[in-house]
Design a protein around this ligand. Structure first.
Ligand code: PEP
Ligand code: MN
Length: 337
């Protein structure tokens, strides 16, 4: 349900309305539009009688909404959400590049790659310290040592950090080192984790599960938003189809569909979508042309020796090349990189 308030409703009145609805047991978020304040209410069943709410003083209109999510949808918030961390804005005019290795492997590796991606113009350093590997015998990440190294490498190069969280018991530890929590494709349906991430005040990047629909992705985002954390970034990383030529199938249309249905920013991950280095640049170009708010690119200076995902890692020079190409595309659609 979305509640439109009287244009001149004072702040105390708005707070009173929010408190009243919370007392009824619903989750509530406020969205300040250009001309009007809107309150979203999550968890209202269709049979719920909206009349008492519409009679609260200061309420101008109450609308049931057509989608199963409230806070992730455009009906609640028409303007695009811009997730700002320091001076980096995700979802604004500038397209933001996240880059780095699949996993943090050593001091030498992460410092080398951080320096190169900063030179290329990336703003956010990625790298897993806890890796969700298909095989329990594969490299699982360096743990806290990896977190320390990625933080130091980012700080030295004026970059932000994004790293993956696997379970909610890791929130405090990872939160000490990261600027953005990454929820991987495997955890898109881990609702207890999403609920806990709804309570924190750091941004969360939520990747689409490889068999999840766009509405399911938005419902997962809703778990975080309903908890009060409105800084959610979505990520299209490819879905599993019958086509075996690439690791996954990049769903380019997910980008305009998400932009239509949701105010949240969406970035693209062509590395996991394609699985092959030579496909990453063409798919990056497509993602920018389709309106992606950012790209997440795996980069490694010695991919033959990488402990995970070497075949899809760009070499630093290729990242430079990619930046030149996508800058031209961004410019053509009124954006910058
Ligand atoms: C990753 O980004 O390192 C990763 C594991 O990706 P995904 O969750 O999309 O498989
Ligand atoms: Mn990877």
């Amino acid at each position: 349900m979305v509640i439109f308030l009287d244009k001149d409703a004072p702040d105390e009145k708005i707070q009173e309305i929010i408190d009243k609805i919370r007392e009824l047991g619903f989750s509530v978020q406020k969205s300040e539009g250009q001309n009007q304040t809107v309150i979203g209410v999550g968890g209202i069943k269709p049979e719920y009688d909206l009349k008492p709410i519409s009679l609260i003083e200061g309420v101008s209109k109450v609308l049931g909404i057509s989608e199963p999510y409230v806070f992730a949808g455009r009906e609640f918030k028409q303007t695009d959400t811009v997730v700002q961390i320091g001076d980096v804005k995700i979802g604004g005019e500038e397209v933001v590049i996240f880059a780095g290795p699949c996993a943090v492997e050593s001091e030498e590796q992460i410092f080398n790659i951080a320096g190169q991606i900063a030179k290329a113009g990336a703003k956010i350093l990625r790298g897993g310290a806890y890796k969700p590997r298909t095989s329990p015998y594969s490299f699982q990440g360096l743990g806290e040592q990896g977190l320390k190294l990625i933080r130091q490498a980012a700080d030295q190069n004026n970059l932000l950090v994004i790293t993956e969280i696997l379970e909610s018991s890791q929130i405090d530890l990872i939160g000490k080192y990261t600027d953005i929590f990454q929820v991987g494709a495997r955890n898109m349906h881990n609702y207890p984790l999403l609920k806990e991430l709804g309570k924190i005040d750091k941004p969360v990047m939520l990747k689409r599960g490889w068999s999840a629909t766009i509405d399911e992705l938005l419902m997962s985002a809703e778990y975080i938003l309903a908890g009060g954390n409105m800084r959610v970034i979505l990520c299209e990383r490819g879905i599993r189809t019958f086509e075996p030529s690439t690791r996954n199938t990049f769903d380019v249309s997910a980008i305009p569909v998400v932009h239509q249905k949701s105010h949240l920013p969406i970035i693209a991950d062509p590395s996991h979508a394609t699985g092959f280095r030579d496909k990453v640049i063409p798919v990056s170009r497509a993602a920018i042309a389709a309106g992606a708010d950012g790209l997440m690119i795996e980069v490694h200076h010695n991919p033959q020796k990488a402990l995970s995902d070497g075949p899809q890692a760009l070499l630093p020079d290729q990242l430079m090349q990619m930046m030149t190409e996508i800058r031209a595309i961004a410019k053509a659609i009124g954006r910058t990189i």
